[in-house]
Design a binder for this molecule. Structure first.
Ligand SMILES: [Zn+2]
Ligand SMILES: [Zn+2]
Length: 86
């Protein structure tokens, strides 16, 4: 297991499935696309529509392409604590 990244901040979270541990299996809020209080990832950084994430369950780090572009409302459904670039 990797240590948590020094940039990991509970105030910056993203609701994206972890490709490593898939801990959202069988979770109702996650299945409905809501902001689950148990299953979220640290948002380490972002570049455009690319999110750099770390999973608090298994400490896996990866890059997630949101394809959201400048659609702010969709960004705001996935991340909290970080405003998207204009
Ligand atoms: Zn994980
Ligand atoms: Zn969940």
């Amino acid at each position: 297991m990797l240590p948590l990244d020094p940039q990991a901040d509970v105030g910056r979270r993203a609701w994206v499935a972890c490709p490593n541990c898939d801990d959202r299996q069988g979770c109702d809020p996650c299945a409905e696309g809501r902001s689950c209080s148990a299953h979220w990832r640290y948002l380490l950084s972002n570049t455009g529509s690319l999110l750099h994430l770390q999973c608090p369950s298994c400490t896996h780090t990866w890059t997630h392409e949101t394809h959201f572009g400048a659609t702010r409302s969709r960004w705001e459904r996935v991340i909290s604590g970080l405003r998207p670039p204009r």
